[in-house]
Design a protein around this ligand. Structure first.
Ligand code: CA
Length: 676
């Protein structure tokens, strides 16, 4: 009887609740309610060759039916391009609608969130803003009503998240409390997304949700249950897997992102291919790489199915614009490459699929050339908002509705700055028919006829038949460069974006703690702390807990404490001073004499530290204004002003240290002098 009563009560209650909801929404019926929800989904390094809606040789091997639903029920963009093909710069371009040289993020540095950003603008517009997954902007989330983010790159298995509210007392979320979740990151991120949609938002307000998967970024650790997926399948090879780079610039010959490269040990599969040589080895490396990558893609697609199903079940589909993309393209063996960076088609093209029922025609395809800097303007226009001040992007809303305006762009400007993998920096322009690339540091050029040579194997830069094409494309490239305000001499090494800078403020490899006597002098004024400087194994830290931290040196300021860290363990942390006030200038000096560091604060000798472990590799980077996290990426920015850092090749005496505290610059053999 009880059960029947309960059921009958429930049957009555449901329409009542619905009726109440309808009344309430009618009461609130305003333009607010009618504005569409926005779900922006981005996977890390998911490239269009591995999205079956784009066709291609992998479509039948690893279909992505769930992601494809977005295109089948909406629109697929064939020509969506990234403006700088690496992670943090692309994410920053998406948030700001600006190129790297305007938003300050050329490489893996922090986004200065004081500039206008998409989340802030959507929040101001009355949207509930939420972010779940990989953030990777190296600065605190801003403009979000809810977030749950991976610290840095995050972990694939049993990932830790930093939840909104778990900010460290220093003010930095990167140092905040981390909560571990059991399972694979792709599954956990989807779980958290569903939890947000079901439980964590106000159903009476429109929302903008950023859902960012970590997968399929290297090191491609797939969920255990995909172990057998593709196990017995031979993955087809791209026709240029054995590209010998004949006729191309030196950039392809000197890079280290080829399949089998020892850089990062991502695709060399040393153990599995030890018995093989030459082509057979490369073929096996390709197979092993692709299976790991595609198993991660499969995980993303399966979870996309869960999310799309929930949108249908909950009735959210109708009034939600959903976008799916990857933060850049990625090489799946083309030109014998993996990773991104290069401006060739597979690295340049972002997958981009959009569904908006009633507004976008089902199953439509657009050839229109759109860029990652356009997303913010488009989303803001969908929400009825003006574009971000200073944006370099354009809303492509009219393209979504099926027409390309007559003045729409026919060319795009690209610039990659030197960072990892010895990949040469380059500047380029792409039109519908051609691509011109200038490897500016080595001053070598490549030109491709994209219609005649889809795989970009024939560099026709010196072909007399293309003399006029080269001339026109150079003019176009320099026109765009000027229009976008890019200085060709700006190599991205010194981001200049103000007081709370990207991190690090300055980098050099010219500091070797192992050389013996050395002195480091810094003046700073802190707002909420962070890392003054750090020397770490940047770039070659393996993703493991085996990193012993030997040779790591970090000076940081936290809650009034000045701490020197010689290694990674808690044992190696030395508190130099306590109760130093925020917003006051301090001078600190570390003088290494006879292998022991001597610490000075405001000119006064404080203490002698532990013997300096002198196994530093001099090529490891010394960062000023930031530390590096476990995975080798910059994090823990300094929030405040560092006025000056001077590094001397000698152990300065106490008079010289006091002079620095009083504002003078001691004489001596300086190996680094950096002033803000
Ligand atoms: Ca990426």
């Amino acid at each position: 009887m009880m059960i029947i009563n309960y059921r009958s009560l429930k049957v009555i209650a449901v329409p009542l609740v619905l009726a109440l909801c309808q009344c309430k929404s009618k009461e609130n019926a305003s333009s607010m309610q009618k504005r569409p929800n926005v779900i922006f989904i981005m996977s890390d390094d998911h490239t269009s060759q591995a999205v079956s809606a784009y066709g291609g040789m992998l479509a039948s091997v690893c279909p992505t039916p769930n992601i494809d639903r977005i295109a089948n029920e909406g629109m697929l963009f064939k020509n969506c391009f990234v403006t700088n093909s690496i992670c943090t710069p692309s994410r920053s371009a998406i948030f700001t609608g600006k190129y790297a040289h305007k938003n300050g993020v050329y490489k893996f540095t922090a986004l200065d969130q004081r500039q206008p950003t998409l989340p802030k603008a959507m929040q101001t517009a009355g949207y509930q803003t939420a972010f779940v997954g990989k953030y990777h902007l190296h600065s605190n989330p801003v403009g979000l009503d809810y977030y749950s983010v991976l610290p840095g790159q995050g972990r694939y298995h049993n990932p830790e998240f930093i939840e909104m509210g778990d900010t460290h007392e220093s003010g930095w979320i990167a140092q905040g409390k981390r909560t571990e979740y059991k399972g694979h990151s792709t599954d956990v991120i989807a779980d958290k997304t569903l939890d947000y949609l079901k439980n964590k938002r106000d159903p009476n307000k429109p929302f903008m949700l950023f859902l960012h998967f970590k997968a399929p970024h290297d090191t491609w650790e797939y969920a255990q249950h995909y172990e057998d997926f593709l196990a017995d399948v031979e993955i087809p090879e791209p026709d240029n897997l054995f590209d010998t780079y004949e006729g191309r610039s030196d950039a392809l010959r000197t890079q280290l992102q080829y399949i089998g490269s020892d850089w990062g040990n991502h695709t060399n599969f040393l153990k599995e291919t030890a018995h093989l040589e030459g082509d057979a080895k490369r073929k096996m490396q390709y197979q092993l790489y692709m299976k790991k990558y595609l198993r991660c893609v499969k995980g993303v697609d399966d979870n996309m199915g869960r999310i799309l199903d929930y949108l249908d079940e909950s009735g959210l589909t109708e009034n939600t614009i959903i976008m799916y993309t990857g933060d850049q393209g990625f090489y799946l063996g083309e030109h014998n490459l993996y990773d991104k960076r290069f401006m060739y088609e597979e690295g340049l093209r972002m997958p981009f699929l959009v569904r908006w029922p009633g507004q976008i025609e089902r199953g439509s395809v657009s050839d229109g050339m759109i860029l990652n800097v356009d997303f913010a303007s488009t989303i803001l226009e969908v929400a009825g908002q003006p574009e971000l001040p200073g944006t370099q992007g354009k809303s492509f809303l009219s393209l979504l509705k099926g027409s390309i305006p007559s003045d729409w762009r026919n060319s795009m400007y690209y610039r990659y700055y030197y960072s990892h993998f010895e990949t040469e920096p380059h500047i380029g322009v792409r039109t519908y028919d051609h691509k011109l690339i200038h490897y500016n540091r080595i001053d070598q050029w490549e030109l491709y006829d994209l219609k005649a040579d889809r795989s970009e194997m024939n560099n026709i830069y010196s072909d007399p038949d293309y003399k006029n094409v080269v001339k026109d494309l150079k003019e176009e490239m320099y026109r765009l460069q000027k229009e976008l305000g890019d200085d060709p001499a700006d190599d991205g090494s010194k981001p200049n974006i103000g007081e709370l800078s990207g991190n690090p403020l300055y980098k050099t490899t010219n500091v070797d703690f192992g050389r013996g006597d050395i002195s480091i002098l810094t003046r700073f004024r802190s707002n909420v702390g962070g890392t003054l400087y750090s020397k770490c194994r940047l770039g070659d830290v393996p993703y493991s807990d085996k990193f012993e931290g030997k040779g790591m040196k970090t000076m940081f300021f936290r809650k009034g404490d000045l701490i020197f860290n010689d290694g990674y363990d808690d044992d190696s942390k030395l508190t130099i001073a306590s109760n130093l006030l925020d917003n006051q200038w301090h001078s600190i000096a570390v003088v290494i004499r006879d292998k022991y560091p001597h610490f000075y604060v405001d000119g006064e000798f404080i203490m002698k530290g532990m013997e300096v472990i002198s196994d530093d590799n001099p090529t490891h980077t010394f960062n000023i204004g930031a530390g590096v996290d476990f995975s080798g990426y910059n994090g823990y920015n300094f929030n405040g002003i560092i006025s000056e850092t001077l590094i001397y090749d000698t152990s300065l005496n106490e008079e010289a240290v006091m002079a620095h505290a009083e504002g003078m610059t001691p004489d001596g053999n300086k190996i680094v002098e950096w002033k803000n």
